[in-house]
Design a protein around this ligand. Structure first.
Ligand code: CA
Length: 433
């Protein structure tokens, strides 16, 4: 039994006006790092169209009961804040919820303080929320793994024999994880021209040039909130205590480079040139009301992967493509609940050999595809390797992502009239240089 988190109470409303379609009602209160033209990076909490400046809020004494050093808030990453521990960070969220509550006069009736602690989101620049030490990417959506296996191997044996026994994953690259709004150039690399596929190895001649099959991968990532020591295991029961929150994650992929390079050790340069994250970290506390039952796992998993309770999460996920100067076209509507493996299982598996984890580590879900073509999480699947192009609102066709296209991912949870969202993970592909 989980105890009701006060800040999640659906009956709460704020004295700050929040649109009903806003991602950031009082029941969300995600944490992020922002800066303005006149202020250095610091921690903020999103509420409606505003960012609440925690550094100033603390300085003005509104968080005095929590006794947190202000250096934690005037920081370019959330890592030190997260390191305070879940009971403290949960208490900060509870305190902010109370301060923003329509029935609490403290800040509501103090216009002078409001002017200092509130900024329009549109006036701030969001930064990378955490310093990512290590990045791991899983492959935990059964529909995605089945689609890819069907396309590149054999429809009858789409899933490899290990797939239902362990959450398959690989170690990615942390240095190229970028925050939403950061543009990047189309990667260049080696690939094998289509007419050479299947030729004897000694006759194959790869070419070098701009990626021709640039793709997005619709993912979420969870952020480690409590580290472990080398040799320590995290059980599925303990896992939640080690997770601070979640973000949207676009794991950009160069399919032509990937196909040529991935044998035998897995993806390398096809995946490490850019991954785009949303700037607001939605806490596991805020996601609690949206838990749903996990995927029914058959065959039965090994004992260390067993878990109890509703551990999946109902998160609607959308992908849009926006051509240069054009309108957004929706190309996918998926849901996190389609995941086969839960966060608890991923973390238990990741640490079962004693591999240590650190605060700020990011763990990607893997592409999240649903069971129907309109819910596939990559262009590779949506256009079935380019054989079924999608038509955008401007009439142009896409098999993969073109230069100057912007890919936008959004996500939200909705239940009993409460809607909390992730904001967006947005990135524009500039021409190769
Ligand atoms: Ca991926």
């Amino acid at each position: 039994m989980t105890t009701m988190i006060k800040a999640n109470d659906p009956s709460l409303t704020s004295w700050i006006k929040v649109d009903k379609n806003s991602d950031f009602p009082i029941q969300n209160l995600p944490f992020g790092i922002f800066k303005t033209q006149s202020s250095s990076p610091r921690i903020g909490v999103a509420i409606g169209d505003y960012v609440l400046d925690l550094a100033i809020l603390n300085k003005l004494g509104f968080l005095d009961n929590l006794k947190i050093d202000n250096a934690v808030f005037t920081n370019q990453y959330l890592n030190d804040f997260i390191a305070l521990g879940k009971s403290t960070t949960s208490n900060v969220r509870e305190r902010i919820s109370h301060l923003l509550d329509i029935n609490t006069p403290e800040l509501r009736d103090n216009k002078e303080a409001q002017a200092k602690v509130l900024q329009y989101i549109s006036n701030v620049q969001m930064q990378m929320p955490v310093k990512v030490g290590d990045y791991t990417d899983f492959y935990s959506s059964i529909d995605h793994a089945t689609n890819i296996g069907t396309m590149i191997r054999d429809p009858k044996n789409a899933l490899m024999s290990n797939w239902k026994h362990l959450p398959v994953g690989y170690h990615g690259r942390a240095s190229s994880i970028i925050v939403s709004g950061t543009d990047f150039h189309r990667p260049k690399g080696q690939s094998l021209p289509a007419d050479q596929v299947g030729k004897p190895a000694e006759e194959q001649q790869p070419v070098f040039g701009p990626c021709r099959l640039l793709d997005f991968e619709l993912e979420t990532a969870f952020i480690i909130g409590k580290g472990t020591h080398l040799g320590e295991r995290v059980s599925t029961d303990q896992a939640e205590d080690h997770v601070f929150g979640m973000v949207l994650f676009n794991d950009w992929s160069a399919r032509d480079i990937q196909t040529w390079e991935y044998v035998p050790l897995g993806p390398f340069l096809s995946k490490n040139f850019a991954s785009t994250v949303s700037p607001w970290v939605v806490t596991m506390d805020a996601l609690e009301p949206f838990r749903v039952a996990g995927y029914k796992q058959d065959p039965k998993v090994l004992p260390y992967l067993e878990y109890a309770g509703d551990k999946n999460i109902d998160i609607h996920l959308d992908v849009f493509i926006q051509p240069e100067n054009g309108e957004e076209t929706s190309v996918s509507h998926s849901n996190y609940k389609f995941m086969y493996w839960t966060i608890e299982q991923q973390l238990a598996h990741h640490t079962v050999n004693g591999c240590n984890i650190n605060i700020g580590d990011m763990m990607g879900s893997g592409t999240i595809s649903g069971p129907t073509p309109d819910s596939y999480g990559s262009m590779m699947e949506i256009t079935w390797r380019g054989t079924k192009p999608v038509t955008l609102k401007d009439g142009s066709e896409r098999k993969f992502i073109n230069d100057n296209d912007t890919v936008i991912m959004r996500g939200y949870c909705e239940k009993a009239g409460i809607r909390i969202g992730f904001g967006e993970a947005k990135g524009k592909v500039l021409p190769a240089i």
